[in-house]
Ligand binder design. Structure first.
Ligand SMILES: C[S@@+](CC[C@H](N)C(=O)[O-])C[C@H]1O[C@@H](n2cnc3c(N)ncnc32)[C@H](O)[C@@H]1O
Length: 267
């Protein structure tokens, strides 16, 4: 895929950078409690965006060196402006400018879902790992989402999110495919674990950080693609957004599952 290939549905606005930061903060322990790289390791982060997950990894793994890459120059500038101190490199995941076997570990979070050829990207990343090095991947799966109250309009708006991403070649249901993708790319010892987020009003921090600040803005972000593709009429879409907001308020519940996969490069 060429640099700038139009697979990235969420865009590069300041609102999206804030959403990614809120998401990273809210999910940090759930996603990363078992992510540890030994001091002295050289870690490649592919698809760093504005560095929301980079900060979590760097904070949990003292003494590592991180090289963070993204195809968006604007995101890399945003990462720098937010004080990210890691090496930042612009590049396309499938064609990064590094020698074979350069890295001890590769980390990828919320990126494969946007690629037209995720297995090809994993093969390319495997080339950059030393033998014995590991890859860690974290992805969502929009088919894993359920909530209360479950209204038809909320389902329509959520469906528009899925369809809009599929329409430009992404896979918003990629979580369930991680195991076959990672094994298919040649990694060994592949292990997948599920990370479930659940929010109700006894968990106001999760309702606010995940439902109101992560999920609702993500759906809101496809308002224009939804209209351009003629997926859901705008009144239903707006009602669906309001209904999704209500799932993160009094009496509401929301549940979503992330997938985390690890694999090792053997010979
Ligand atoms: C949802 S953002 C995730 C950013 C970050 N990992 C996080 O979770 O906050 C996806 C990022 O992947 C980048 N990206 C998408 N396709 C890419 C590609 N082919 N090569 C490099 N970066 C890519 C986008 O530019 C975007 O910054």
């Amino acid at each position: 895929m060429a640099i700038g290939a139009p697979c990235y549905i969420h865009g590069y606005s300041e609102d999206e950078a804030v959403r990614l930061a809120d998401q990273a903060r809210t999910l940090a322990d759930l996603l990363h409690h078992d992510t540890r790289y030994a001091s002295g390791s050289l870690v490649l982060e592919a698809g760093c965006g504005t560095g929301a997950q980079t900060r979590e990894i760097a904070g949990r793994c003292p003494g590592i060196s991180l090289v963070s890459v993204d195809l968006s120059a604007a995101s890399l500038r945003g990462a720098k402006a937010r004080g990210l101190a890691t090496d930042l490199v612009r590049g396309e995941i499938a064609a990064l400018p590094f020698r074979d076997e350069s890295f001890d570990h590769v980390f990828v979070c919320f990126v494969l879902e946007h690629l037209a050829d995720p297995e090809g990207a994993l093969v390319a990343l495997r080339r950059l790992l030393r033998t014995g090095g590991t890859i860690t991947l974290i992805e969502g799966d929009h088919g894993s989402c359920y909530y209360h109250p479950a209204t038809p309009a909320a389902a329509s708006a959520w469906g528009a999110l899925v369809s809009a991403q599929q329409a430009i070649g992404g896979d918003p249901l990629i979580g369930r495919r991680l195991y076959p993708l990672v094994t298919g790319a040649g990694f060994a010892d592949v292990a997948v674990s599920l990370r479930q987020v659940y929010a109700d009003e006894s968990l106001p921090g999760v309702q606010d950080g995940f439902v109101q600040r992560t999920i609702v803005p993500m759906v809101e972000g496809v308002r224009e693609p939804n209209a351009a593709l003629g997926l859901v009429d705008s009144a239903t879409f707006e009602q669906g957004l309001a209904d999704l907001r209500a799932t993160g308020g009094p009496g509401g519940t929301f549940c979503y599952t992330f997938f985390r996969a690890t694999g090792v490069k053997r010979g």
